[in-house]
Ligand binder design. Structure first.
Ligand SMILES: [Zn+2]
Length: 304
């Protein structure tokens, strides 16, 4: 069972049908995200509407290294912050914390800052894109092997910034060296995956360099790539199955860890949306209004 993925080329050609499909699919989880942060129901609807319009406007600069959902959550996060800032309900501190948890360099996707899109073409960004790819590949194979403790340990270290000392206790491992061992093997595997993909050996070079300088710089690149691209977010159907109670203990524990202990706001919004799906008849009016506004914008564009 695979999750819905929109046709980006059709979105970029401002295809009505594809954009409406996107709204049907994503409005619920975006609204769940906004509702956690904004109390006023009219404002929630405005933010959802602005998010969708921002998505249409910015789609030309969409960077496929991120999932489309990340693109939307990034814009939604910005619009939410803009709203709270207008109401002076947010301090710089909470903004930064939130940015960190959502893990998206949200502005990158927005129409206001093309600078990052330009930078996205340079070498460093390509190496970073490759690092994101190998991290995703590592997460997938670790998941497929059923090694959920390994996955949680690495996520705790790389995403959560946990220390070895706290990590071994949380996962009931023998001692700190077990944590160090898990990390050592994960890094070795990442190097293998990099070697397979990296024809020009640029990324491999960077990774080897990180190893020589005590792994500190490698850790930092992995940490920021892990967060920014949310490489470990389970697909939506896993979240749906966790709600239905039909997951095996391994993935069930992982989903719980990822949402509750790592505090992933996007997966939390997805879960909330899934939980409320049936009772969402009352939301259809909101979704219709948002759709109407997107359609108006698309039509005005096609006339231009
Ligand atoms: Zn997540």
């Amino acid at each position: 069972m695979s999750d819905y993925r929109p046709d980006i080329a059709r979105l970029q050609s401002f295809d009505d049908g594809e954009w409406l499909a996107v709204e049907r699919e994503y409005s619920g989880r975006l609204l769940a995200y906004v509702s956690k942060r904004i109390r006023d129901t009219q404002a929630r609807e405005d933010v959802l509407q602005e998010t969708m319009l921002g998505a249409v406007r910015g789609i030309g600069g969409y960077d496929p290294i991120y999932t489309f959902e990340q693109y939307l959550f990034g814009i939604c996060h910005n619009r939410t912050i803009d709203h709270l800032r207008r109401r002076r309900l947010v301090t710089l501190d909470t903004e930064e914390g939130e940015e960190d948890r959502i893990g998206i360099t949200a502005r990158a996707h927005d129409e206001e800052t093309p600078s990052r899109i330009v930078r996205g073409r340079d070498l460093e960004a390509r190496a970073r894109g490759m690092l994101i790819e190998i991290l995703r590949a590592w997460v997938q194979e670790t998941w497929a092997e059923g090694e959920f403790t390994r996955l949680m340990v690495i996520e705790a270290l790389m995403h959560g910034g946990w220390r070895n000392r706290d990590t071994w206790q949380r996962f009931g491992l023998r001692d700190e060296t077990s944590v160090a061992g898990i990390k050592f093997r994960a890094l070795a595997r990442l190097r293998e995956l990099a070697a397979k993909r990296d024809g020009s050996k640029q990324l491999l070079g960077a990774i080897a360099q990180g190893a020589e300088s005590g792994e500190a710089s490698l850790d930092m690149s992995i940490e920021s790539a892990w967060r920014e691209a949310r490489v470990s977010c389970p697909a939506r159907h896993w979240l749906a199955r966790s709600l239905a109670g039909s997951l095996e203990p391994g993935p069930r524990e992982y989903v719980r860890f990822h949402v509750e202990e790592m505090g992933c706001p996007c997966c939390a919004a997805n879960l909330e949306d899934l939980r409320d799906r049936e009772s969402k008849a009352d939301l259809s009016a909101i979704f219709e209004r948002v759709q109407a506004s997107t359609l108006r914008y698309l039509r005005s564009r096609s006339r231009a």
